[in-house]
Design a binder for this molecule. Structure first.
Ligand code: ADE
Ligand code: ZN
Length: 330
């Protein structure tokens, strides 16, 4: 049996969490009613029953449809507040939260609404509960680079207002057919602005996409990256340069990236010396928050207590905070 109490007791950071993916069916239902948005489900149970995925795209279709209930600043605040409550319950001290502005601006929601609602919840949690966080703006890779560029431009005027929170950009959505190179220009600009860089790569896509994220985008961390193991030279680089992987085991299971968690390579990569971390990705869709991910891994793999502590230490080591803040955790 997994070391539940031990896992719960470990302080951790969460580095791969899409705030839109923490929208629980109950809140989706409530916001649909509040905002008079039609949903193709007549109950919370029907929403949950629909969450059976065969691959990344089959999930993304429902994830983008669900996000349509998010309309007002208060909605983004409520969503973020609910995530923070769950994170604190899991002994998460620091979270670097992904958000997808294009999912909302495409529906006519102002990017300022998205920033303001998320940031209000994060600042309140920092002041009232000592919860540390950052915001990472992700570009949707199924859209054009021009669209990503306009999104970055529309966020630029918010840089000062959110300087305490927004410190990075990322790349998510449909990986296959949308290689990192497609976004080289926008990431060059983001990097020149001093923003940290991450990218989803090697979730469904080949190791070449991880190389591309590192060399063409300047990624400092790779989100997922589980397919790195297919390329020994890439593994060598990840280990040498201690490039962190934000692994999301329950996500990999639900999206059929792995058939069974017992076949997941998390423990092998950890043993090989890769800086791997455990994260929830989209907890409301994949059936678990970060501790559920730790517990599922501890049940499926021969993880020792020392491994569990290493995974949590890696999450702080890989975080985008200054060293003085990091030192308070390590
Ligand atoms: N957006 C939200 N979750 C994602 C995932 N696991 N992969 C790519 N894009 C995503
Ligand atoms: Zn993700």
């Amino acid at each position: 049996a997994a070391d539940r109490a031990f896992i719960l007791g470990i302080p951790k950071a969460e580095l791969h969490l899409h705030i839109e993916g923490s929208l629980e069916p109950e809140m989706m239902f409530a916001l649909a009613r509040r905002n008079q948005v039609a949903l193709p489900y007549d109950s919370v149970e029907a929403i949950r029953a629909a969450y059976q995925f065969t691959d990344l795209q089959s999930f993304l279709d429902l994830y983008y449809a669900g996000a349509a209930v998010l309309q007002t600043e208060q909605d983004f605040y409520d969503l973020t507040r609910a995530y923070i409550d769950r994170a604190i319950a899991d002994n998460v001290l620091h979270a670097e939260i992904f958000f997808d502005p294009q999912t909302h601006t495409a529906r006519g929601i102002a990017i300022t609404t998205v920033f303001a609602g998320i940031a209000r919840a994060l600042r309140e949690a920092r002041e009232q509960r000592g919860f540390s966080s950052r915001m990472i703006l992700c570009f949707l890779r199924h859209l054009s680079e021009d669209d990503a560029m306009s999104t970055l431009e529309s966020a630029l005027p918010l840089r000062e207002t959110y300087a305490d929170l927004w410190n990075g950009v990322g790349l998510d959505s449909s990986e296959l057919g949308n290689p990192p190179e497609k976004f080289a220009h926008v990431f060059t600009i983001a990097q020149a602005m001093g923003l940290h860089i991450v990218a989803h790569a090697g979730e469904e896509g080949p190791p070449a996409y991880i190389w591309g994220a590192l060399d063409e985008l300047g990624a400092e961390r790779i989100d997922h990256g589980v397919r790195a193991e297919e390329d020994p030279a890439l593994m060598e680089r990840l280990i040498q340069e201690q490039i962190p992987l934000t692994v999301c085991p329950l996500s990999n299971l639900k999206l059929c990236v792995v058939k069974d968690l017992r076949q997941h390579n998390l423990k092998r990569m950890l043993d090989a010396g890769v800086c791997v971390t455990i994260n929830a990705d989209d907890p409301s869709y994949f059936g678990g928050y970060v501790n559920d991910n730790f517990i599922a891994c501890a049940e499926a793999m021969p993880l020792t207590r020392s491994d569990l502590l290493q995974l949590a230490a890696n999450s702080f080591k890989a975080s985008f905070v200054d060293d003085s803040q990091r030192d308070t955790w390590l």
